[in-house]
Design a protein around this ligand. Structure first.
Ligand code: UD1
Ligand code: UDP
Length: 356
């Protein structure tokens, strides 16, 4: 099980829990792409995940350097271990490096969350998704749409399984706990449905001063126009750029990233979510909270098709308009990402494959 970043840990957790339940022979390999406590360890502790057997400690650097460090590190470990299959999840540099290292050693690769496409090759994640899908032996597509994309790219049908997305499992497994144990709303002096939640960290948004400034202006307009507080747990990538570009966000409440139970609590009680995150587009849809995506495209079109999400782009006026549209939406859509048993299904498929 290769993990490297916050969303991979959260989305692999249901699979790891299932492997634990079945007392399977497996280990976790952490690439160390994320290493800050609140992007990494906090999730191992809170989701009660077993320790990683290895941590490559790749850390932060350029795309080539980071991917290369992970690739070399994983190869060394796989040469020592007798792995039957390597599982990767999502679209980060850790995922691409994990899949490539295993494929070159002729070890089977399973890609969880296969078949997502934004059709925007300026995004590093799009390159990672395409390459990972095309060197995988088992492609766990979350939806029929993702499967049809893979088939359209010539991937053999017998390699593809529609399992749902493990994020549904993660939400189902933790939501109740988050409601029971959590007091983050009290701490932040927020009342349910009286605030908006925002996250923003994608390279094409925060590494570009003009786009980042325009989004922050849009958030200010939304806060003033709708008379609602905007809460933004700031990813360290974005924090670094805000400091570098000297950006101010006077009407927005900025906080440090929070743990998973706290974040679920913040999401499920917010009036509206504004984000450029992939996982948060899914979670808002699962939780029945309308979403405004601060991007020009999405690899999660299912959320837009059912009316749970809208693409606002990054112009401040458009962000305000889209927020107004989404506030008027009824929240009666059906979650398109499965029944919360994706982890179980994926483990059953792998077990069957390895047994055969
Ligand atoms: C990465 C993924 C992105 C994913 C995101 C999840 C790639 C190309 N990007 O973006 O797809 O959506 O994770 O959150 O794989 N930093 C810290 N502490 C950390 C990690 C990063 O402070 O633990 C800061 C560093 O300043 C670093 C910057 O964040 O330079 C970017 O980190 P990096 O791993 O390159 O990309 P993310 O923006 O985290
Ligand atoms: N998340 C969290 N705390 C935060 C912000 C996000 O636990 O302060 C969780 C969120 O619930 C979701 C995941 O992190 O499951 C999304 O990760 P991120 O936005 O970093 O990456 P992406 O999904 O865009 O790759």
């Amino acid at each position: 099980m290769v993990v490297g970043t916050r969303p991979e840990i959260i989305k692999m957790a249901p699979i790891i829990k299932e492997l634990e339940k079945r007392k399977a022979d497996y280990f976790i390999l952490h690439t160390g792409q994320h290493y800050s406590y609140n992007l990494d360890r906090v999730f191992f502790e809170q989701l009660r995940l077993p320790e990683a057997r290895y941590n490559i400690e790749a850390g932060s650097s350029s795309h080539a350097e980071q991917t290369a460090k992970i690739l070399v590190g994983i190869e060394k470990i796989l040469q020592k271990e007798d792995a039957g299959i390597v599982l990767v999840e999502g679209d980060t540099n850790s995922v691409l490096a994990g899949a490539l290292a295993a494929a070159k050693l002729h070890i089977e690769v399973g890609h969880v969350e296969a078949g997502l496409r934004s059709y925007d090759r300026d995004m590093p994640e799009e390159i990672n998704r395409i390459l990972t899908d095309h060197c995988s032996d088992h492609l766990f597509a979350p939806t029929e749409k993702a499967k049809s994309i893979l088939l359209g790219e010539g991937i053999a049908p017998e390699k593809i399984y529609v399992t749902g997305n493990t994020i549904v499992d993660a939400v189902h497994q933790n939501l109740e706990l988050s409601q029971e144990k959590n007091s983050i709303l009290e701490t932040l002096k927020l009342r349910p449905r009286e605030y908006l939640l925002c996250t923003l960290h994608r390279q094409e948004n925060v590494d570009n001063k003009t786009r980042f400034t325009s989004i922050l202006e849009g958030l200010n307009k939304v806060s003033a126009g709708l008379k609602l507080k905007v809460l933004y747990p700031v990813h360290p990538h974005s924090r670094k750029r805000m400091e570098e570009f000297n950006l101010k966000a006077s009407n927005i409440t900025l906080i440090e990233p929070v743990d998973y139970l706290e974040f679920l609590q913040l999401e499920s009680n917010s009036r509206l979510i504004l984000t450029d995150s992939g996982g948060i587009q899914e979670e808002s849809c699962i939780l029945g909270v309308p979403c405004v995506t601060l991007r020009d495209n999405t690899e999660r079109p299912e959320t837009v098709d059912i009316g749970a999400n809208i693409l606002a782009g990054t112009a401040s006026e458009d962000i305000l308009k889209c927020a107004q549209v989404m506030l008027g939406k009824s929240r009666d859509w059906q979650n398109p990402f499965g029944d919360g048993k994706a982890g179980e299904k994926i483990v059953s498929i792998i077990t069957e494959r390895l047994g055969s």
